[in-house]
Write a protein that binds this ligand. Structure first.
Ligand SMILES: NC(=O)c1ccc[n+]([C@@H]2O[C@H](COP(=O)([O-])OP(=O)(O)OC[C@H]3O[C@@H](n4cnc5c(N)ncnc54)[C@H](O)[C@@H]3O)[C@@H](O)[C@H]2O)c1
Length: 346
C-alpha cells in the first residue's frame, strides 16, 4: 500500500436483489470500503450488479465468494430462509457478517448462527435499521424522558399489497408481514421497553394461493407495563394502499406520527428539507412540534458495521437481538393459530 493510502475493507454482497442493490448504494459512498465480490443465483441479476458496481469477483455460488481471502466481510441480503446456511458458512470462512432481518425462520437456526459466529470470532450484526433512524430515535427519546408519562401504548396500523418477491408470502421462506415487516417493531419495542411478557393475536389471510398469514393484529405486553398494538396487512389487492396510523399515548398525552396530523399546520420556521416532525398533544391546549434531523438510516447502519470492523468493537445490534425479535414474531403467529395468549419466558 502506498503511503497515505487508506486501508480498505473488502466486502462481498450475497444476494443482489432489492436490499443487495440498496446497500451497495450506501457502501459505494464510503471511502474506506470496496465492494470486491458479489453472488446471486440469478446470472442476469448478478451481471447487472457487478457491472453497475464494477465488482472484481462474481459467483453464482456464494461458497466460492467466501473462499476469496481478500474479502473481509459479507452482507447477506438473501431471502430470509437462506440466511441460516449463508451465515454459518461465512462465519466458518472467517468473514464478518451483516445479515438482513429477520435473522432466520427458526429459533434453533438463530441460536446456531450466534454460536458459530462467536466460535469463529467474527462480527455478527442484524439489519435492524430503525436503530439508526433519527425518526425512531426521537420517538424513543420522548418515551424514555417521560414526556407522555408511563406506561405508554404504541399503536401501529399499516396495510399494503406487500413485498414484491413471492418468497415473502411463503410461511417457511419469509413468514408474511407479522414476521418480516413487524420484526422491526418487535426490535424497537424491545430496545425501548425491554422484555415482552405476553402476546395475544388474531390472524387471517386475504390473498389466495399463499401459505403465509398476510393480515393480523396483536397486542404485546411488556414487563415494564407498556403495550404495543400492531395491525399489519400485506393482503390488499394490487394498487390499493391502506392508511398508516401510528401514535404513542400515555397518561400525560399523545405523540402523533407523520401522516396522522394536518401537515399544513407545521410551522414554516421548521425547514422540512432538513427536519421531520411529530405532533405532541399534551393536556389542554398544549400542542408542540417535536422535530428530528432527517438522516440516511441505511448509510448510518452500514457505517456502524464498517466502523466495528475497523475499530474491532461489537455491533450495537446483535444476533441475540435478532433471535429475540424472531421469538416475538413466532409467538404472534402461534397466538393467531391457537387463539391463546402466549407467555414469553426468555
Ligand atoms: N432492513 C430492511 O428494511 C429490509 C427491507 C427489505 C428487505 N429486507 C430483508 O432483506 C432480505 C432480502 O430481501 P430482498 O427484498 O432484497 O429480496 P429479493 O428477493 O429482492 O432479493 C434476494 C436475492 O437473493 C438471490 N438469491 C436467492 N437464492 C440465492 C442463493 N442461494 N445464492 C445467491 N443469491 C440468491 C435472488 O436471486 C435475489 O436476487 C430479506 O431477509 C428481507 O426481509 C430488509
Amino acid at each position: 500500500m502506498k503511503e497515505g493510502e487508506m486501508e480498505k475493507i473488502h466486502l462481498g454482497i450475497i444476494g443482489c436483489g432489492g436490499m443487495g442493490f440498496h446497500h451497495a448504494r450506501s457502501l459505494s459512498k464510503m471511502k474506506n470500503v470496496e465492494i470486491t465480490g458479489a453472488s446471486d443465483v440469478d446470472p442476469e441479476k448478478l451481471k447487472r450488479f457487478t457491472q453497475h458496481y464494477s465488482v472484481k469477483y462474481s459467483f453464482v455460488d456464494y461458497a466460492q465468494l467466501l473462499d476469496i481471502k481478500e474479502i473481509d466481510a459479507v452482507l447477506i441480503c438473501l431471502p430470509t430462509f437462506l440466511h441460516y446456511p449463508a451465515v454459518i458458512l461465512a462465519a466458518r470462512k472467517g468473514k464478518h457478517i451483516f445479515c438482513e432481518k429477520p435473522i432466520a425462520m427458526k429459533i434453533e437456526d438463530a441460536e446456531e448462527m450466534i454460536k458459530v459466529c462467536r466460535e469463529n470470532n467474527v462480527k455478527f450484526m442484524i439489519g435492524f435499521v430503525r436503530r439508526f433512524d433519527n425518526f425512531w430515535g426521537k420517538a424513543r427519546e420522548v418515551i424514555r424522558e417521560g414526556t407522555l408519562g408511563r406506561p405508554v401504548v404504541w399503536h401501529d396500523i399499516r396495510s399494503s399489497t406487500g413485498a414484491s418477491s413471492s418468497w415473502y408470502f411463503d410461511e417457511e421462506k419469509g413468514g408474511g408481514p407479522l414476521i418480516d415487516g413487524a420484526v422491526h417493531n418487535y426490535d424497537f419495542g424491545h430496545y425501548t421497553f425491554g422484555k415482552v411478557k405476553r402476546v395475544y393475536a388474531a390472524t387471517m389471510t386475504f390473498k389466495k394461493g399463499i401459505s403465509a398469514i398476510d393480515t393480523g393484529s396483536a397486542i404485546l405486553e411488556y414487563s415494564s407495563g407498556d403495550q404495543h398494538i400492531i395491525s399489519w396487512s400485506w393482503g390488499l389487492p394490487q394498487g390499493a394502499l391502506g392508511a398508516q396510523l401510528i401514535d404513542i399515548i400515555g397518561p400525560k398525552g399523545a405523540l402523533i406520527f407523520p401522516g396522522c396530523f394536518d401537515e399544513a399546520k407545521i410551522p414554516r420556521s421548521i425547514d422540512q428539507t432538513q427536519y421531520g416532525v411529530f405532533l405532541l398533544n399534551l393536556k389542554g391546549e398544549g400542542k408542540e412540534w417535536i422535530k428530528w434531523r432527517k438522516n440516511d438510516m441505511f448509510f448510518d447502519e452500514l457505517k456502524h458495521f464498517i466502523d466495528c470492523i475497523v475499530d474491532d468493537k461489537e455491533p450495537c445490534v446483535s444476533g441475540e437481538d435478532g433471535k429475540r425479535a424472531l421469538e416475538i414474531g413466532l409467538a404472534v403467529l402461534k397466538s393467531g393459530r391457537t387463539g391463546l395468549p402466549i407467555e414469553i419466558n426468555v
